[in-house]
Ligand binder design. Structure first.
Ligand code: GLN
Length: 398
């Protein structure tokens, strides 16, 4: 069972514990929520919340209890952290406060709206979450972000007034989600906590088989716009996804430039058609960590960063290997591998041989080609086996 910790030195610790428990219940998860007061306490948790309060005070306690390194290690290990208000200040690399933990690539300004009485509530628009009523109490703002840190929401649509940011598995908010009834932010965070486990095993969990090729739609970023193309992908180790892309394709150019892309699993062949001939009809939504969008109606989308890119020794393309950054599952995933259809198609062709003997040469060519494709896209499969037997049976006809 996953365990969540709330740093419990000062601030609105219990409001957080209460809100997280509510979100856990809403999502139907079973998870423990612990109060964290020492470095040792952190050994027992999978995710950490740093609450709002007084950043100087919380920061002092963190150093008195020698927890600075412990929290930084936690972040480096990729374990999720949620920092709200004072918690956000502490996570920043730059800002007008002492005791910064220096984890997130962002610069913050404390008390950006003035004193306590300048506290306010307002609606904001959060990427991946939507419209949200946010409570700001003597709140900081994010002045800028860099590197892998992304703004998820800003005030007045101004870049220098960021109020929520994400850097991989770490989220920072200038406001207080624990003070409203709306638990969508806690739920988003909890999904990351369970998703981390999911991410590790995702390719196995969705039923991919080693070295089989699956038809997906790859989305990339082209001149700041989304770009979609159908591509076959495979995994050799269940950790990374590989694909081979044509040398002169737009997708290859986009991947070389951006180093990031998404693999979208769709169960609607119409979307494959659109990705080839009617690209502007495809509907997109924001991705979680990369800049390129993902396909809205896909059953799942996996965001990846290029791990390796190798030019094919002979032929016309590049092998690209992507490591998984994030996973979104929306619906039951239907993997598309063509071997089953090809094997069935081949059997149907075989039935025609007796009735259309003049076509036998042609049919043999088609079956040979199908056999070649099946060996490539579903090695060691039952379909390969059927094709072998089919070849044997046809030879008897000679
Ligand atoms: N103003 C506080 C600080 O600088 C943060 C306020 C809050 O967490 N609500 O630490």
């Amino acid at each position: 069972m996953k365990r969540m910790g709330v740093l419990s030195f000062q601030g609105d610790v219990y409001e957080h514990i209460f809100a997280i428990k509510k979100a856990i219940k809403n999502l139907g998860l079973s998870m423990v929520v612990n109060e964290i007061k020492t470095g040792d306490d952190m050994n027992d948790i999978d995710a950490l919340v740093i609450p709002g309060g007084e950043s100087t005070t919380i920061g002092k306690f963190i150093s008195i209890y020698d927890m600075d390194d412990k929290i930084k290690e936690f972040a480096v290990e990729g374990k999720p952290i949620l920092g709200t208000c004072a918690g956000m200040i502490l996570l920043a690399k730059k800002g007008d406060s002492k005791n910064l933990l220096g984890i997130m690539n962002m610069e913050i300004k404390r008390n950006a709206f003035g004193r306590q009485r300048e506290s306010f509530e307002t609606d904001i628009d959060i990427d991946n979450i939507g419209k949200y009523h946010a409570v700001f109490i003597r709140a900081p703002v994010i002045k800028r972000v860099w590197g892998n840190c992304r703004l998820m929401a800003k005030l007045d649509n101004k870049d220098n007034k960021g109020v929520m940011a994400r850097q991989d598995n770490i989220i920072a908010l200038a406001f207080h989600p624990e003070l409203t009834d709306d638990t969508r932010i806690q739920e988003y965070f909890l999904k990351m906590v369970v998703c981390e486990e999911l991410t590790m095993k995702i390719l196995k969990n969705i039923g991919m088989r080693k070295n089989w090729i699956y038809e997906v739609i790859v989305t990339t970023l082209y001149n700041k716009n989304p770009y979609a193309a159908p591509i076959g992908v495979w995994t050799e180790d269940f950790d990374t996804i590989k694909m081979c892309i044509y040398r002169n394709s737009t997708t290859l150019g986009n991947i070389i430039r951006e180093r990031e892309f998404a693999v979208n699993f769709v169960d609607d062949i119409g979307i494959f058609y659109k990705s080839l001939f009617n690209k502007n009809e495809i509907m997109y939504e924001n991705s979680i960590v990369i800049d390129a969008s993902v396909i809205k109606n896909s059953t799942a989308s996996i965001e990846l960063r290029v791990k390796e890119m190798v030019e094919k020794r002979e032929g016309d393309g590049f092998f690209i290997e992507g490591e998984i950054l994030s996973v979104q599952i929306r619906d039951k995933i239907k993997l598309i591998n063509r071997a089953e259809c090809l094997a069935l198609e081949s059997l149907i062709y075989a039935t025609k041989i007796n009735h259309l003997p003049e076509n036998i040469k042609n049919i043999r060519e088609i079956l040979k080609e199908n056999y070649r494709i099946i060996r490539k896209i579903a090695p060691n499969s039952e379909y390969e086996n059927i094709m072998e037997r089919l070849q044997g049976s046809l030879n008897l006809l000679d």
